[in-house]
Design a protein around this ligand. Structure first.
Ligand SMILES: [Zn+2]
Length: 320
């Protein structure tokens, strides 16, 4: 055999080995791409060993504004399932990615498309015309889209993902069902545990930078009374900051919550004028290295919140 032929033969052999290895390592698995890491975490719980998951947004990014990089199109092109929050949360970055991916199966109506919001009771659904609200700069035009921050709504997300998985692989229904049952049990226990933990501080008044927290507030019973943004997506004017400061002073509001991706400048200014405590909560899995799962997200946020409440000198109810 000529030297050149030998090299070709070797190259072909290596290529075959690589293909065989790739097959063994997961070519049969359902490839799930999600917009947010929270959806990927839930999908991994329900899909178990039958799926691989990839989230386009990282947990430390603002879910309203993500850079639609071409590498994400390739991910979507190869995906079997795509899951998004919906309600226009991803309007600025998912549509161009889906268009570039040219994968009909994962488009709305396709076998591999999952809208996580199906059947979820929404808060703050506006009565105004959505297009008019958007023109005014509002980015929550179909209702508040941050519903994954309620663990019990997380169970409904899981159900939607479970239904999508069965549509694709009906032969594995029993396994997906069993994973869903385990997920639901874990969520119920966690929610109860965290509700008990924070119950002494129920009704604590809180100001948030962006309106990401009504579902979290509803589940854990603090009291979200205002926002630094005058409208979701609109940065505060100096006049608005003054009104927030006055409101906080008059109502003895001592907690401000903010997500890692917002500039802390205005929140710090308000905190300095009111001696409130500024707490950075995680809006998504991966916002901090230690938040590795959807379960960790709530554990982390409740602990942070309690720590901040204590720091603000707010007294436990049963100590009064
Ligand atoms: Zn928002």
């Amino acid at each position: 055999m000529l030297k050149k032929q030998k090299i070709y033969a070797l190259a072909a052999f290596i290529a075959l080995q690589v293909i065989a290895f790739a097959g063994a390592a997961g070519a049969d698995k359902i490839k799930i791409v999600t917009s947010l890491p929270d959806l990927a975490s839930i999908a991994q719980e329900i899909g178990g060993d039958y799926v691989t998951t990839f989230s386009i947004a990282k947990g430390y990014q603002d879910p309203h504004f993500v850079d639609p990089k071409p590498s994400y199109m390739i991910r979507l092109q190869k995906a079997d399932i795509f899951i998004q929050v919906g309600l226009d949360l991803e309007i600025g970055w998912i549509p161009p990615l889906l268009e570039g991916a040219r994968n009909g199966a994962i488009l709305p109506g396709g076998k591999g498309y999952i809208d996580a919001s199906v059947g979820i009771p929404l808060l703050e659904v506006p009565t105004g015309e959505p297009s008019k609200l958007r023109a005014e700069g509002d980015i929550h035009i179909y209702g508040n889209p941050h519903y994954w921050l309620d663990p019990l709504r997380g169970k409904m997300i899981a159900e939607n993902i479970h239904n999508g998985l069965i549509r694709l692989q009906p032969e594995n229904e029993a396994q997906f069902r069993s994973n869903l049952d385990i997920f639901n049990q874990k969520i119920d226990a966690l929610t109860q545990n965290l509700q008990d933990k924070i119950s002494d501080y129920a009704g604590t008044k809180v100001i948030a930078f962006h309106n990401s927290w009504p579902y979290f507030d509803e589940r854990f019973h603090f009291d979200l009374v205002g926002f630094i943004e005058p409208k979701p997506g609109i940065p505060p004017s100096p006049k608005h900051l003054v009104s927030v400061i006055n409101h906080m002073k008059q109502n003895d509001i001592r907690i401000i919550i903010i997500s890692p991706y917002f500039s802390k400048k205005s929140a710090q200014l308000i905190a300095s004028k009111t001696s409130a405590v500024l707490i950075e909560l995680a809006s998504s899995v991966g916002a901090q290295a230690e938040i590795k799962s959807y379960f960790d997200l709530f554990e982390y946020n409740i602990n942070k919140l309690i720590e901040g409440i204590k720091q603000a000198g707010i007294i436990k109810k049963n100590n009064k």
